[in-house]
Design a protein around this ligand. Structure first.
Ligand code: CA
Length: 235
């Protein structure tokens, strides 16, 4: 029997936790919960969940600091930030700190479950010692091992989140083909275009460039076609 995927909810409003737990449980996920940021961070470290639903305004430690702490420790667990509708800037800040996605309160359970499904790691991230021969060479010293889901630059492993990895491999497998943000939301994020989600793509591209490019301001791999979208430059 396949082990249940485990979702950690970090949220201080008990009624929200209750309804999310009920729905995740029904969908076959195991649920962990924490009611403040410190407890959430401790549980994330100790239990290594498959995904974290992270509220922003939390007692003891805000969600952004929890997210930042995990990323600084090299933890690439998928993180979905839960933001209030009026906190528009929270979305972008969360993504810049390394969150994979955000969902705006109030949200429907259907939407939440869809986002959890779209963001949860489908394959365990293994860390091989060195690049293998059958890797997908992306050129210019960049190597993507599609077996281990690990990316190397000049032989050194690069820490990517699931979403960054998927965006890179998607673009790299269609070299020189330009994709719009809407296209990318559908193909990489697995859900349709909704409102301002295009910024999710922009922020993820920026983060990815910071990790893989020699000079993120003058990218050599992931290029912008102004007014159209992004493409992977064949080397
Ligand atoms: Ca809260």
């Amino acid at each position: 029997m396949e082990q249940k995927k485990r979702v950690l909810i970090v949220e201080d409003e008990k009624n929200i936790v209750d309804i999310i737990r009920f729905n995740l449980d029904r969908e076959g996920y195991a649920v962990l919960e924490a009611y403040d940021g410190e407890a959430g961070l401790a549980l994330a470290r100790a239990e290594k969940p498959d995904l974290i639903l992270l509220d922003v305004m939390l007692p003891k430690m805000i969600g952004f600091d929890v997210c930042r702490a995990l990323r600084n420790e090299g933890d690439n667990v998928p993180i979905i930030i839960l933001t209030a509708r009026e906190e528009e800037e929270d979305k972008v800040l969360g993504l810049e700190l390394g969150a994979d996605d955000y969902i705006t309160k109030p949200f429907s359970m259907r939407e939440l479950i869809a986002r959890v499904r779209a963001n949860i790691r489908r394959t365990a991230m293994a860390v091989p010692a060195a690049p293998a021969e059958d890797d997908m060479s992306a050129g210019g010293g960049l190597v993507i091992n599609t077996e281990s889901l690990q990316v190397y630059k000049h032989g050194a492993p690069i820490d990517l989140t699931q979403r960054e990895y998927e965006l890179l491999t998607f673009l790299a497998s269609h070299p020189d083909k330009v994709f719009s943000r809407v296209n990318l939301m559908e193909q990489v994020w697995n859900y349709g275009y909704v409102g301002d989600d295009a910024r999710t793509v922009d922020v993820t591209v920026r983060r990815l460039r910071e990790k893989i490019e020699d000079d993120p301001a003058n990218p050599a791999y992931i290029l912008t076609r102004r007014g159209v979208g992004y493409y992977y430059s064949a080397h």
